[in-house]
Write a protein that binds this ligand. Structure first.
Ligand SMILES: [Zn+2]
Ligand SMILES: [Zn+2]
Length: 178
């Protein structure tokens, strides 16, 4: 696949390079990316002012694409579906995960395209089955990608910015469910 690699930090550009397609593990899906949002967070990472993933790294936490294959029978039902992701994954068992705040998982917080898991600035991305979210039929790929992480507002005098969460992606999913 072609991937836009983050070669260094700070960086003012990404380097497009050929890279072997990633392989989904048993609890993962391989997705052909059709669109990926670009976010202020990406720009802060590039500037070296935010998360510092291990390099080289592929950014892009707002991907949309079609599921090509599943690492096991567990994800078979997702193959062929158009999906996006919940950005954060956690252990799924701790108190914070159970109340839907995987970002603050007390055991193993991970963020696709931000830390550890390579993201969607590439032709292929691997996502966890538990992250997959159906994209509503009426939404264009690029529109859906812009909504995955939407809805935050900057801090104001009346209060801080709401926390970065999986909630926008979950709202997309609710809209997709008839
Ligand atoms: Zn974002
Ligand atoms: Zn957890």
């Amino acid at each position: 696949m072609k991937a836009a690699l983050l070669p260094e930090l700070p960086a003012d550009s990404l380097r497009v390079a050929d890279h072997p397609d990633p392989l989904p593990a048993a609890d993962e899906l391989l997705v052909a990316v059709t669109a990926c949002g670009i976010c202020g967070t990406d720009l802060h990472i590039l500037a070296g002012e935010s998360y510092r993933p291990q390099l080289p790294f592929v950014l892009g936490h707002e991907p949309v694409g079609t599921v090509l294959s599943s690492g096991s029978g567990d994800g078979e039902a997702w193959v062929g579906r158009r999906v996006t992701i919940t950005i954060f994954t956690g252990c799924g068992r701790c108190e914070r995960c159970r109340r839907g705040d995987e970002r603050l998982c007390q055991v193993r917080p991970r963020a696709t395209g931000v830390l550890e898991r390579w993201g969607g600035f590439a032709e292929r991305v691997v996502i966890g089955i538990s992250q997959a979210v159906d994209v509503p039929g009426g939404l264009a790929d690029a529109t859906a990608a812009a909504l995955v992480d939407a809805g935050r507002r900057p801090p104001t005098r009346s209060g801080p910015s709401p926390p970065w969460t999986n909630e926008p992606a979950r709202q997309l999913w609710r809209a997709a469910v008839p």
